[in-house]
Design a protein around this ligand. Structure first.
Ligand code: HAM
Length: 425
């Protein structure tokens, strides 16, 4: 049996990659002072029908639950964030700087870079209307990608401003009810046949296509670039009127991140949604907000295609997968003593493995090497002494088993996460 189309099995190597991506996402978000939160994976379908726009609603994994409720697996986090922010905002100092890592589901046609489930890092700032927040958010997005070893030669953040287009629609006296469809047509213009775009734009086709051809200018963008320039990040962004974003709730700055070669789908996307929290709370809470989400699928592809980033990831995974200590049981009658020691070492936070069943000593050393162990501790004839072997140098020393905690080799290995939960019991 195969998994459903667009769903992935995560074998150990895939899990290692995923862990590495999540750890980097989390670490950089924390560097920026963002704190982690999450919401439910199943939400009322209504939440998306009202707020995300038609494109996402067409892609919902939705069904009627046993209580006759219309529900959907979350296709994105922003409507949930708006609901949660409106409900709990009084309990937190503004601006909220929140990030989240989770799985999302969209019933899309499976293709390169697009699956029916994917993971996203979401970073959002709620309660700050100044452009300083836009700069901070774009800088965070850039720094997350830089942390994977990607550079300005590998990706570009294309920034625009929805107001650039909504000002035009207002000037042309287009009724607000038609805006979503027109913005959507502009958003899709790069990927849809020209005839279809012209048809969708109707009377606006000529002026819009002229702007798309010539490009545009934005004062807001210049200010944003100044903020990024101060951090040395200006070379990662460009103004691009073609970026509109498919989601309905954006109000101001919008941006999408692409690989420089232009071969892949978007790596990340986001923008300002200053009215969403107000709309979702029926005007009870009004807070400006902005955020972005980065998916794991396209990011994984770009890392694989970029030698510097690929090597960085391979090294990180190799280091994360290694065990610290392999216990070699050279004499079976020492097994209970070895188990007692294994328990103590694991309680101290070391990663320890050993043979579950009797095995030849040579075979055990082979396993130790395969698992990437830093050292082996041999329980055999010398008891109560054990022999500690540095597997990198081959150097071996006998020590009293009770003095193992003070052994310099083990001390050098000491792990920061060594407070064991069992000591809390
Ligand atoms: P989005 O552009 O729909 O934005 O998705 C963000 C990223 O998620 C995309 O750039 C892409 O990397 C990844 N992604 C989306 N759909 C798929 C898929 N079917 N397969 C693989 N990857 C996918 C949002 O979701 C907004 N809620 C972002 C946001 C946060 N805006 C404000 N705060």
């Amino acid at each position: 049996m195969q998994p459903l189309p667009g769903f992935r099995d995560f074998l150990p190597d895939d899990c290692a990659t995923r862990n590495c991506i999540f750890a980097t996402w989390r670490e950089v978000a924390r560097r920026y002072g963002f704190i982690e939160w999450d919401g439910p994976v199943l939400e009322p379908t209504e939440l998306y029908r009202k707020k995300s726009g038609n494109e996402i609603v067409d892609q919902l994994f939705n069904f009627i639950d046993k209580g006759e409720r219309e529900v959907a697996l979350r296709p994105e986090l922003t409507p949930t964030l708006a609901r949660v922010a409106a409900t709990y905002e009084r309990e937190y100092k503004k601006p909220l700087k929140w990030f989240s890592i989770g799985q999302f589901f969209r019933y899309e046609k499976q293709q390169r870079g697009r699956l029916r489930e994917h993971f996203q890092l979401n970073c959002d700032i709620v309660g700050e209307e100044s452009l300083a927040a836009d700069v901070e958010l774009v800088a965070l997005c850039i720094d997350v990608l830089r942390a994977f070893g990607l550079t300005e030669r590998d990706f570009i953040v294309r920034v625009s401003d929805r107001e650039f287009w909504t000002d035009l629609l207002r000037k042309k006296k287009v009724p607000v009810e038609q805006w979503e469809e027109l913005l959507h047509a502009i958003d899709k213009s790069e990927r849809e046949p020209r005839d279809k775009t012209i048809e969708r734009l109707g009377t606006l086709a000529d002026p819009v296509l002229a702007i798309l051809r010539k490009g545009g200018k934005s004062e807001k963008f210049e200010c944003l670039v100044d903020g990024l320039r101060a951090r040395g990040l200006a070379s990662f962004v460009e103004f691009d009127v073609r970026i509109v974003r498919g989601l309905a709730y954006y109000t101001g700055t919008v941006f999408e991140v692409f690989d420089r070669a232009g071969k892949l789908r978007a790596l990340a996307g986001g923008g300002r949604y200053d009215n969403l929290i107000g709309q979702l709370s029926d005007g009870e809470v009004s807070l400006p907000a902005l955020g972005f989400a980065m998916g794991d699928v396209v990011l994984g592809e770009l890392i694989k295609e970029t030698p510097g980033a690929r090597n960085k990831m391979t090294e990180a995974i190799a280091a994360a997968d290694k065990i610290d200590i392999y216990i070699v049981i050279a004499k079976e009658e020492r097994r209970p003593d070895a188990l007692a020691q294994i328990q103590q070492l694991r309680d101290r936070g070391y990663r320890v493995d050993y043979p579950l069943m009797p095995a030849k000593v040579g075979k055990q050393f082979q396993t130790a090497e395969q698992l990437g162990a830093f050292c082996a501790i041999v329980f055999g004839d010398e008891w109560p002494e054990v022999s500690v072997k540095d597997l990198r140098t081959g150097e071996q020393k006998s020590v009293d088993h009770e003095k193992l905690p003070q052994n310099p080799l083990l001390l050098a290995l000491s792990r920061p996460g060594s407070t064991s939960y069992s000591s809390l019991a």
